[in-house]
Design a protein around this ligand. Structure first.
Ligand SMILES: Cc1cc2nc3c(=O)[nH]c(=O)nc-3n(C[C@H](O)[C@H](O)[C@H](O)COP(=O)(O)OP(=O)(O)OC[C@H]3O[C@@H](n4cnc5c(N)ncnc54)[C@H](O)[C@@H]3O)c2cc1C
Length: 344
């Protein structure tokens, strides 16, 4: 009989992050599929009562909590101890946790201490004939594997955007405190603040409905023989503002800065999408002035609806990589699109 443990940590305001609520849906799905299994919850944070109350209606009877000032911040040494303690007291055979940056740092260490196996970046769960199987991608999202493990405990770190957000009424949850002793040495690392760009400057928005991808064409000579980098930047930033979109880039465009060519100041290597870049998840994507070469398009794996604007009717997007290709000048199209969006 499997003993499933769902783990989550709180945010600064005491609530659970979105990916934690998605992962709760996954944990409930696993419990339903594994006949005779039990599900317990383990929470870590400065205060965990608000988070426990927020998921009280999920039907889990036992909630363990590691709380106190020492567990308010993301810190490997204290997080790994908290996770180890909850895993031990719960006697868990399957541990399901959200792949937040905080847990992604601490879970592998907790796996070592619990003598557990761990699979990260879990992007799917299925139960076939009572056997739990997970899905994850390999080789830069080119190959998807379905796998299972006999080893226990088995820890699964679940990626965001895979499961629906668990929704339910608040309640009054009973939290069983798990005591974890922390030495001064283990508290040496301190988070002294968070430096984040302001919303206007921040161009990477994982939860945006649309991803706008800019390619090197924006900084190439146009029909008038001139480069229009400032104008390009305005079109891109206007679209991000109006559509609350996230910004992606091709490698060629972000590489240009180091090669001394015209650059868009809103771009950095963090925006790069592709084989050597990121694989963002958005319902829709619009590629502009980007050729659509395979090493770039492989990063579009999780973009559901794809459109592209390119002056070249034979560009990569035309080879079955986009749902719609507009053979047009992106400067003209984006100017019109932004004009229409500004009216809304
Ligand atoms: C091992 C390896 C890994 C790689 N990893 C990545 C990766 O992670 N991400 C990535 O992006 N690339 C990656 N690349 C590079 C990739 O193969 C391409 O070179 C790159 O994506 C090309 O960028 P681009 O389409 O922006 O530029 P270009 O190929 O220069 O294309 C510019 C496009 O803009 C169009 N254009 C110009 N003006 C306009 C206009 N006014 N309106 C509309 N269209 C216009 C042109 O027709 C052209 O198609 C990798 C390559 C290798 C070998």
């Amino acid at each position: 009989m499997e003993k499933i443990l769902y783990l989550a940590h709180t945010q600064q305001d005491g609530s659970l992050p979105k990916v934690a609520l998605e992962t709760l849906s996954a944990a409930l799905q696993v419990q339903k599929g594994l006949v005779g299994s039990t599900l317990t919850v383990g929470l870590v944070g400065e205060k965990v009562q608000v988070a426990a109350d927020s998921i009280a209606a999920c039907g889990v009877v036992k909630i363990f909590g590691v709380s106190g000032a020492d567990f308010g911040m993301s810190r490997y040494a204290t997080d790994v101890k908290a996770l180890e303690a909850i895993g031990t007291v719960a006697g868990a055979t399957i541990i399901i946790a959200p792949a937040t940056s905080r847990f992604s740092r601490a879970l592998p260490g907790a796996a070592f201490r619990l003598k557990a196996s761990i699979d990260t970046h879990v992007s799917g769960i299925q139960l076939t004939d009572g056997v739990l199987q997970i899905q994850r991608w390999y080789y830069r999202q080119r190959m998807m594997a379905t796998l299972t493990r006999a080893a226990r405990p088995w820890i699964l770190a679940v990626d965001s955007g895979v499961f629906p957000i668990w929704q339910g009424d608040k309640g009054a949850a009973k939290v069983e405190a798990v005591a974890v002793a922390v030495s001064d040495k283990e508290k040496r690392t301190k988070v002294t603040g968070v430096e984040a760009p302001s919303v206007d400057v921040q161009t990477i928005r994982p939860d945006a409905a649309v991803l706008l991808v800019a390619g090197a064409g924006w900084t190439k000579k146009q029909v008038d023989g001139q480069i229009h980098a400032k104008e390009a930047e305005k079109h891109i930033l206007d679209f991000l503002k109006h559509a609350k979109a996230s910004l992606g880039s091709s490698k060629s465009l972000v590489d240009q800065g180091s090669e001394g060519e015209a650059v868009l100041s809103c771009m950095s290597h963090l925006n790069q999408v592709g084989q050597t870049g990121s694989t963002p998840r958005h319902p829709k994507g619009l590629s502009t002035c980007c050729h659509g070469e395979e090493p770039h398009v492989v990063g579009w794996r999780f973009i559901n609806e794809r459109r592209a604007i390119n002056t070249d009717a034979n560009c990569g997007w035309a080879q079955g990589k986009a749902d719609v290709l507009y053979v047009a000048d992106a400067f003209a199209v984006m100017a019109k699109v932004n004009e229409l969006l500004a009216k809304d």
